[in-house]
Design a protein. Structure first.
Length: 421
């Protein structure tokens, strides 16, 4: 990697571009198609006036970026966070394009976000903001156009509000406009746990590939939200030993394994993982560098960087979050022979089950949880093997292999459709 300033290293859009460029070059991609796939098709910025509970008016900035619709409607979550920026949303949108292509589902890539602090807003304020954001995007979203889903700071309730607002405008109940809805409103069974479940499937495959066994397989997870807590719970049920949990306000370590259900209950009661009786309190950043077989960053971007990558002591890095590793850290991890399961493969269980939700909504016929899980397991296993086969054939690391597989698929469709110009 060329010398980057810390600011450049942490810019998710530049990180995405750097990996795309390597993949395009290795694939010998036509320069014209390279130019097309490098940029999003559409970026929308909206200013969202919201009447606050105290009678004042606040104006929030929101984005929706559609990176690609070559293989199907745009697909991607909506993030509510004070750190949302256009570069972040743009990067997340392109990662969705590559992720959907890695698991070979018929979606493009999109992402949205609002710069706000959901923890400091009431439910009523969040509802008004979500509905106005949806109203501003009416022409651009829809089951055949672009299908939002939850991400950090949003959840099933947010999706229900988006679905209802969209439906009020179109004068018909349209459940397929979003995924990640509550099950009684057209959500899919298994969606809530799907990203964590997908992570457990690729961890199983990685162990088999490396000749390691689940017995004594120590796991450290960063982030105990939707992705991290479900991954930890499902892995623990499979026999993995979850020895560490890092949250934004502290870390927990227990060499004998943390009881994940008890921790989830504790967090529900206390609002924090801190104070959990059956584990030693530890520094959340130092925890990432403790010895383990599998480290799962499942919180946010840029947590494995030039500042800590050389201190990691895991055998496998399984990226539950989007963009947790910087490009500079990629090179350090390669030198340390850490086996990376890249984000666009590792956390694709969520969007895969979102695809199942969209299919079920459009059919009006819903599957059992077993049916959903079996289909998910098969897609995750096949995709893991596809990425590894690419890595072997082209002599590249897993991340570049995943990008090559994805870029190849999107480029193929783009060429076949031809340029409308
Ligand atoms: P979430 O908001 O439910 O959980 C995130 C958790 O991480 C929270 O508990 C938060 O307190 C914690 N956290 C935040 N910053 C932290 C830090 N610096 N150190 C330790 N903990 C920290 O969000 P989520 O849906 O679980 O998403 C987590 C990541 O996974 C994001 O990168 C998201 O884009 C990605 N992702 C989510 C899904 C999904 O289905 N939810 C699918 C694919 C990828």
């Amino acid at each position: 990697m060329p010398n980057l300033t810390l600011e450049q290293e942490m810019n998710p859009w530049l990180a995405q571009e750097a990996r795309f460029d390597i993949a395009a070059q290795k694939l010998n991609l036509d320069p014209g198609i390279t130019k097309v796939l490098r940029l999003p098709v559409r970026e929308i910025t909206v200013y969202i006036p919201v009447g606050m509970d105290d009678g004042s008016i606040e104006v929030f900035t929101g984005y929706r970026v559609q990176h690609s619709i070559a293989r199907g409607p745009g697909k991607g979550g909506v993030r509510y966070s004070p750190s949302v920026s256009l570069d972040e949303v743009r990067a997340l949108a392109s990662w969705m394009t590559w992720k959907c292509a890695v698991v070979n589902i018929p979606f493009g890539g999109a992402k949205g976000g609002i710069v706000c602090d959901p923890g400091k807003m009431s439910q009523a304020e969040l509802e008004r903001m979500t509905r106005r954001y949806t109203a501003e995007l009416m022409e651009f979203i829809g089951p055949e156009k672009d299908v939002p889903a939850p991400d950090m700071g949003t959840g099933e309730q947010t999706m229900a509000w988006i679905m209802d607002t969209y439906s009020m405008h179109t004068r018909q109940t349209c459940t397929a406009v979003v995924t990640g809805k509550p099950v009684n409103l057209g959500g899919s069974r298994g969606r809530r746990e799907a990203t964590g479940r997908g992570i457990s499937v690729v961890c199983d495959e990685a162990l088999k590939h490396l000749g390691l066994s689940i017995d004594n397989c120590r796991v450290i997870v960063q982030g105990f939200g939707n992705v991290g807590s479900n991954a930890a719970r499902i892995l623990a049920a499979k026999g993995y030993r979850i020895v560490g949990i890092a949250e934004y306000d502290g870390g927990l370590y227990n060499a004998n394994g943390i009881d994940i259900s008890a921790l989830a209950e504790h967090r529900k009661q206390a609002g924090t993982v801190n104070g959990f009786r059956d584990a030693e309190a530890t520094d959340k950043d130092e925890l990432l560098t403790r010895a383990c077989e599998i480290l799962i960053p499942a919180a946010t971007e840029n947590v494995i960087t030039s500042r800590n990558a050389d201190r990691l002591r895991c055998r496998i890095l399984c990226e539950g979050a989007n963009g947790p590793t910087t490009t500079v850290a990629d090179d350090i991890l390669a030198d340390k022979h850490i086996f990376v399961i890249p984000d666009i493969l590792a956390n694709a269980g969520g969007v895969t089950t979102s695809y199942f939700e969209w299919v079920q909504d459009r059919m009006g016929y819903f599957w059992t949880e077993d049916e959903v899980n079996q289909r998910l397991d098969r897609i995750m296993t096949d995709s893991f093997r596809d990425v590894l086969a690419y890595a072997k054939t082209h002599g590249v690391h897993n991340r570049i292999a995943a990008y090559m597989l994805a870029v190849d698929r999107v480029a193929y469709t783009t060429r076949q459709r031809g340029m409308y110009a």
